[in-house]
Design a protein around this ligand. Sequence first.
Ligand code: SF4
Ligand code: MG
Length: 333
Amino acid sequence: MSLLSVEQLRVAIRGDDGVQRELVSAISFAIASGQTMGLVGESGCGKSLTAMAILDLLPKPQALRSGGKILFKGDDLAQLSPKALRQIRGHKIAVIFQDPMSALNPVQQIGRQIIEVLKLHFPQQSRAVQRARALELLTEVGIPAPAERLNAYPHQLSGGMRQRVMIAMALACEPELLIADEPTTALDVTIQAQIVRLLKKLQEKNGMAMLFITHDLALVSQLSDHIAVMYAGKIVEYGPAATLFSTPRHPYTQSLLAALPGAGHPPKSPLLSLEGQVPSIENMPAGCRFANRCRFAENICKRSDPVAEVSDDQLESSEQASVACHLWRSISS
Ligand code: SF4
Ligand code: MG
């Protein structure tokens, strides 16, 4: 059984005009214990809404889950009582966001903030044990001089250090799943790499699963067992990371890969750079959402929306993989 299984999830927002528009359209993926799934896509494609839906943190009443299931260890999160859901969120599932400053309390010392999390999850622990654990966590996430930093306020730390504190707080509840939504996007490249290495190391040590959300395919390739590529609210390709990199099937995945530095083309090669815009939710085409930017598009693409198909070479193996493109067979052969 998967740790987390998202089945045909739909998220919609209700506009001021009262019309409901779908921002996440029937997406499905699964994460096994201890594994990492990378959810990749341009900003606005629905990645963060997916994370918020899993955590039941959608901004209500504007945004709502309009369909599908989210199963955590087989339990449908939508069927749980608010109390049971709180037990899972923050305890079994933890989250880190792009901007740690907004998640940290600016007027509370970071040691205190970690201890607050520990109090909530391990109320039976003595204050001394909690303090020792807070120190241990700061050490574990690579904060230098952790004993002094316990008394620091968030603004006294750099962006990278604040993200390390957020990771320490997430780890404090010993989650089985960590959702990391663009955790390194606000950081410079060197710090980004350090945080990614740290997450990987902690994950191996603690055996937690991770849903790593990013717009950066190169970043996710260093971490993920599986990758789901999202475009305009849909997962267009999903599969083991190695397969997705060696034999991308969807034209969108192909262009993302071709644009990576070191892909063997100048990054702005005219054949491979994506012209045109992502369709807006007011104006979703009836056919393939990528058609206006796809160099392989044919008539059928404009008429009918491709359904995710299991790709042939996966039929024999137990690995899940799919691609939503009418022409993937002829394109990838
Ligand atoms: Fe391109 Fe057609 Fe495939 Fe869409 S369905 S990605 S337009 S080839
Ligand atoms: Mg986002």
